[in-house]
Design a protein around this ligand. Structure first.
Ligand code: TEU
Ligand code: CA
Length: 538
């Protein structure tokens, strides 16, 4: 493993900058607060933080609506505070990647304001303008709960502008070379401050072309290759993590021939982990992994259970979606042809056994796991907040009135604390779990420690053993140094797994890395392993 491939064995942690820790009592997190909590993150044992956008923004889309690519929202602190934070993270061996939104800006970005004011302005071509609203009609509408077209009328310029997301997020025009220059300049700005890489937001939509669905187009890949070439040349070892919510065949294209992004999220895995658990069957998980093409040497998937966009069912088939809602109240609030955002997470159910099983799978299946803040304590989702605010509530540090998030009163927090009984800070918090050796937090920390001691999880082959009992997922992670057998019982009944693996002949109980006790393996390599409901073993 070379140092430049650090991301292949890393565990990532998404910190929602607004909701982690407030240092100055205004009810909003800030970089000083984040810096105070670095000791905690180091103790937990994660390797790299991912910060969603903290740029100057009117915050109509959680900061994914950028008003200035080189400025931090004042509520979060100054560039100086950011530098202090970054150095403190690096001192603790933590790396930091930050979000970067190339597809669109906020409508209040000065570029857009200039562009709409004057068609002869130097910024006139920075966005995608048209006299009509009928171009690119094969492109789907992504935020179809709130938008009914990808074109919106601008009364000032008296033209339509193109937007793949909210109408207040006009798409940048990558046919205009100056736009790419601006992006490269902003990337250099943050790289020069010392960040370890970027999560690249919404990359499939950079380029539009008539007669296509305007996703994953060849020119979009050229743009990313150009960015990667610059990064390799000027900032070797820094990474690009691609966010393309696409099926595996489309998303693997973002690795290029190893000359595009080093990492990409594997979106379809996430809902299948939940679905497999609900069905008590590994089949959908095995299938998506089998259907995932090989990726170029040195690249890596990023996998996750939750993120700031909430558990979404975009990447499942219609029948599955139907199945996933059944029996769950309240009825889904967000419905469209593409996705239904639902809170089906067993983490929400406060079901400790299921939460551990899901995390054990996340930590042992292929890819680098990306935890979401609060996953380690089983912090749930607030079912009653609108849009995606339900997964963006303040971190629950302790059982005090303010949950240890801020010295402000909860009514002044930018979002309320979770108040659902059993999920509220009184029941679910860091302080309490730190003192309890049987807690999810202490367990998560132990699991991260194991993963760190066994880099095989990050870098090896994945061999699905496809056992006859579909309730149990059994697989090997294998390289020339080490072979780890992983078992996961997705069902609520006890199972006995029988496997024949000559390479383990004679292994004893001491070969167990984590999970329930094991019997010694018989001389011919036969393993007979009982698994509790939702039990797992490595
Ligand atoms: O999301 C981009 C995206 O492609 C969506 O499919 C997203 O994965 C989906 O909404 C999940 O439910 C990114 C950000 O993650 C999201 O927070 C922003 O709202 C969006 O870009 C627009 O900037
Ligand atoms: Ca675009």
């Amino acid at each position: 493993r070379t140092e430049t491939e650090w991301f292949r064995t890393a565990v990532f942690y998404e910190v929602l900058v607004r909701s982690f820790k407030d240092s100055n009592g205004d009810g909003i997190d800030d970089f000083k607060g984040l810096t105070e909590k670095l000791d905690y993150l180091q103790w937990l044992g994660v390797d790299c933080l991912w910060l969603p956008p903290f740029y100057d923004s009117p915050l109509h889309d959680g900061g994914y609506d950028i008003r200035d690519y080189r400025w931090i929202r004042e509520e979060l602190g100054t560039i100086e505070d950011f530098k202090v934070f970054l150095d403190a993270a690096h001192d603790r061996g933590l790396r930091v990647i930050i979000d970067f939104v190339m597809n669109h800006t906020s409508g209040s970005h000065p570029w857009f304001q200039s562009s709409r004011a004057d068609p002869d302005d130097p910024y006139s071509n920075y966005y995608v303008w048209s006299d009509t609203d009928d171009a690119y009609s094969d492109a789907r509408i992504i935020f179809c709960d709130t938008e009914d077209s990808n074109w919106s009328w601008d009364s000032e310029r008296k033209q339509f502008y193109w937007h793949r997301f909210f109408h207040h997020q006009p798409d940048l025009n990558f046919e205009e070379p100056r736009v790419m220059e601006e992006m490269l300049g902003a990337v250099r700005f943050w790289m020069n401050l010392g960040i370890d890489g970027f999560r690249l937001d919404a990359v499939p939509y950079l380029i539009e072309a008539e007669g296509t669905n305007c996703e994953n187009l060849p020119k979009t890949h050229q743009i990313l290759k150009q960015l990667r070439a610059m990064v390799d040349e000027e900032y070797p070892g820094r990474i690009l993590l691609c966010e393309a919510n696409q099926w595996p065949d489309g998303v693997v294209e973002y690795f290029g021939d190893g000359d595009e992004c080093q990492m990409a999220f594997h979106f379809p895995v996430m809902p299948r982990l939940y679905m497999g658990l609900r069905r008590g069957s590994r089949e959908c998980i095995s299938k998506i992994l089998a259907d995932t093409p090989q990726i170029p040497e040195g690249c890596q998937w990023a996998t996750f259970l939750r993120n700031h966009d909430e558990l979404a069912l975009e990447m499942v088939f219609k029948e599955d979606r139907q199945y996933m809602w059944e029996g769950y109240a309240p009825e889904p609030r967000w419905r469209c042809n593409l996705g239904i955002r639902r809170r089906l997470s067993p983490l929400v159910d406060n079901d400790d056994a299921k939460a551990r099983l899901l995390n054990a799978m996340l930590l042992s299946l292929p890819g680098s796991p990306v935890l979401y803040y609060g996953d380690e304590i089983g912090m749930g989702d607030d079912l009653w907040l609108s849009d995606r605010d339900g997964v963006r509530t303040p971190m629950q540090w302790d059982d005090s009135e303010t949950a240890g998030f801020s010295t402000a009163l909860p009514e002044d927090f930018h979002l309320p604390l979770i108040h659902t009984f059993g999920h509220d800070p009184e029941h679910v918090n860091v302080a309490r779990q730190m003192d309890d050796p049987s807690s999810l937090l202490v367990w998560t920390r132990a699991m991260l420690g194991i993963r760190r001691r066994h880099p095989v999880f990050g870098t090896s082959e994945f061999i699905d053993l496809d056992g006859a009992d579909t309730a149990v997922m059994s697989f090997l992670r294998h390289n020339e140094h080490e072979t780890i057998l992983c078992l996961a019982n997705l069902s609520d009944t006890e199972r006995t797994v029988v496997l024949h693996l000559p390479q383990f002949a004679g292994a004893t109980g001491s070969s167990l890395i984590h999970g329930q006790d094991v019997q010694p393996v018989e001389a011919d390599g036969t393993l007979i392993v009982p698994l509790w409901p939702y039990g797992y073993r490595w």
